[in-house]
Ligand binder design. Structure first.
Ligand code: C2E
Ligand code: MG
Ligand code: MG
Ligand code: MG
Length: 279
């Protein structure tokens, strides 16, 4: 540790540092165990058409219930999973479940909706994500057009050329691509122009600025116009207030997702909303 910090930077050992390392190591052991023993779950959050209120899709989100009612936040375990490659089986698990679930809902005769699945950068770069997705689609029998793969902007930019290749191959299969957390990475219009995507998700940090920060409102407005000019649909994430919703509706945003509608829920709680097709 001391070596890493260089000659002039002294860093002292502290028990707090030690605690962190031990906690992380413990968490990794527990996560590995959870993955192996199928202890992870999938929650779904509704996405609704901003103009009509119709349910257009659901986002599948990994859940880890470490003990009864004690959920570990994905913001804590996903980064750890990414560091340790546990993200590979996790993403596959969520993908498989999400496709199976969506196909089941469609087979029940519910109005068809998209299912969005988050795929980490790791998968895009090192894993055979195209084969994995193809295999899961074959096995579940879900029509690829209902699958939306969400990749974050920073993930897409890690290895831009290979990302574009992977996206193109997924699109050839009929899968849709959504660019997640837009605005939090090194958003460059140059890249946006070259990235073949169907949807763009405006990050919740921007949405939070609505009615609070005119600059952020202007950015959102411009982003919606820009995306539309490229034929890309806009999803606003983290919509929490009626004012935010009205602003977004007024600006022509297509789809909204957030606590104002519903929090992510277990499949049995989402089912009746999918069946109804609206809130
Ligand atoms: P994300 O993909 O941007 O997902 C949206 C996150 O925002 C979810 O957090 C959701 O619960 C939260 N959210 C939705 N509406 C609101 C709102 O109105 N207000 C606020 N404050 N938050 C809202 P969650 O489920 O904790 O997931 C966090 C992140 O973890 C996700 O962000 C995604 O990057 C990652 N993640 C979750 N599941 C998976 C997975 O299966 N695979 C991968 N690779 N990443 C995942
Ligand atoms: Mg997402
Ligand atoms: Mg997001
Ligand atoms: Mg996010």
């Amino acid at each position: 540790f001391a070596k890493e910090t260089g000659k002039c930077n002294y860093r002292f050992y502290s028990s707090e540092m030690n605690d962190k390392i031990v906690n992380k190591a413990n968490m990794e052991i527990k996560l590995r165990h959870a993955v192996k023993n199928n202890e992870l779950g999938v929650f779904y959050q509704l996405q609704v058409d901003i103009q009509t209120g119709a349910v257009t899709g659901v986002e599948a989100l990994a859940r880890w219930e470490q003990s009864k009612y004690d959920f570990v936040s994905p913001d804590d375990f996903i980064p750890l999973a990414e560091e340790t490659s546990l993200i590979v089986p996790i993403d596959e698990f969520v993908l498989k479940n999400a496709c199976m679930q969506n196909k089941t809902w469609q087979d029940m005769g519910y109005p068809p909706v998209h299912v969005s699945v988050n795929i980490s950068a790791h998968q895009f770069q090192y894993q055979n994500i195209i084969e994995t997705i193809g295999c899961i689609l074959d096995k579940t029998g879900m029509d690829p057009k209902w699958l939306v793969v969400e990749i974050t902007e920073s993930a897409a930019l890690k290895d831009f050329d290979s990302t574009v290749k992977v996206i193109n191959r997924l699109m050839e299969k009929g899968v849709q691509i959504s660019l997640d957390d837009f605005g939090t990475g090194y958003s460059s219009l140059y890249y946006l122009k070259q990235l073949p995507i169907n949807m763009l998700k405006i990050d919740k940090s921007f949405v939070a600025g609505i009615t609070r920060d005119p600059k952020e409102e202007n950015i959102i407005n411009a982003l919606i116009m820009l995306a539309h000019s490229m034929g890309i649909k806009v999803v606003a994430e983290g919509v929490e207030t009626q004012e935010q919703l009205e602003f977004l509706r007024d600006k022509g945003c297509d789809i909204a997702q957030g606590f104002l509608f519903k929090k992510p829920m277990p499949p049995k709680d989402v089912e009746y909303l999918i069946k109804a097709g609206k809130l």
